[in-house]
Design a protein around this ligand. Structure first.
Ligand code: C2E
Ligand code: MG
Ligand code: MG
Ligand code: MG
Length: 285
């Protein structure tokens, strides 16, 4: 169940129930306003290069700075956005602001790292996505290698032909694509091989199961070998503990993300992290 708090009461919304629908509609103007008035903001969660321990990218994760309710996470409003058919509007907002953020960083730093953006399922299935992304890169004069896209496994697999087409087009534009939450969806390994994606992000449920003993590492080990066998980079998400971090490094995982390295942070904090890698680059020159 998703929970959402409105102005004067707590709404419990249950999937598949018709009854709260009127309330869902009540939420629409709120969400429209949030888009228009920029009440949303992007938090940034760093990626760590496993081999070196260095910052190698960020993922943009949306938050809603609600005028009266404070900071709200996507788990509490994305389901409503999708139900209201506003998913691509939200993605457009995120892409535009991600592009603006990259531009700001370009003005401040010599060394940049890519920014990954999550694309919702509904939006990915729309034929105009690739053109939109082309326009976005052109409008901001952005190099495609600074922007990455994350789509969930089911999105790419539900309509294989479309999925392959879209991903090929994106790849042709120089955009890297990652399969998010890998292992929770259809997992059609044969198609995975044919999808021209760059990275596989192992879902955090598998990482959470990595216990102190090595025995539980079987699935993660297999996923890393599978990905490498297909020529893809592997990202582990939701890495919280030192022993998980250590084990993933030993297993040859390429990129690590999670609270252990850093939680999602506000823009200023992310900029501090970027500032730090400039000094390192300058020192090692
Ligand atoms: P995701 O893309 O798989 O993002 C990872 C989620 O796990 C994030 O939650 C992040 O804060 C959380 N996380 C990161 N490290 C850890 C950890 O070590 N332990 C635990 N327990 N959690 C960790 P968040 O920010 O609440 O986002 C949830 C989901 O909402 C995302 O899952 C993504 O599917 C979606 N989402 C977030 N931002 C956007 C967006 O801008 N656009 C779209 N379309 N979807 C978004
Ligand atoms: Mg993601
Ligand atoms: Mg994920
Ligand atoms: Mg996830």
């Amino acid at each position: 169940n998703a929970k959402l708090i409105d102005n004067d009461s707590v709404i419990f919304y249950e999937r598949g129930m018709d009854e709260p629908y009127t309330r869902l509609v009540d939420l629409e103007p709120d969400l429209k306003r949030a888009l228009k008035e920029d009440e949303f903001l992007l938090y940034l969660q760093p990626f760590e290069e496993a081999r070196t321990g260095e910052l190698c990218g960020f993922e943009a994760l949306i938050r809603w700075q609600h005028p009266t309710r404070g900071l709200i996470g996507p788990g509490e409003f994305l389901p409503f956005i999708e139900q209201l058919g506003m998913a691509s509007e939200l993605d457009d907002w995120v892409l535009e602001h991600a592009a603006q953020l990259i531009k700001r960083w370009q003005g401040q730093f010599d060394t940049l790292v890519p920014l990954a953006v999550n694309i919702s399922a509904k939006h990915f299935q729309q034929p105009q996505l690739t053109q939109k992304l082309k326009d976005l890169l052109k409008k901001h004069n952005l190099s495609a290698d600074l922007l990455e896209l994350e789509i969930t496994e089911n999105v790419a697999m539900s309509d294989i032909k479309t999925g392959m087409n879209v991903i090929s087009q994106l790849q042709g534009m120089g955009l890297k694509v990652a399969i998010d939450d890998f292992g929770t969806g259809y997992s059609s390994l044969a198609y995975l091989r044919r999808l021209p994606i760059d990275r596989i992000k192992i879902d955090r449920s598998f990482i959470a199961e990595l216990q102190e003993s090595d025995a539980d590492a079987t699935i993660v080990k297999a996923l890393i070998r599978l990905s490498h066998g297909l020529g893809k980079r592997v990202v582990a998400e939701g890495v919280e503990k030192e022993h998980q971090h250590q084990l993933l490094k030993e297993l040859g995982c390429d990129v690590i993300q999670g609270y252990y390295y850093s939680p999602p942070v506000a823009e200023a904090h992310a900029a501090d992290m970027l500032a730090r890698i400039q000094t390192q680059a300058a020192v090692s020159q």
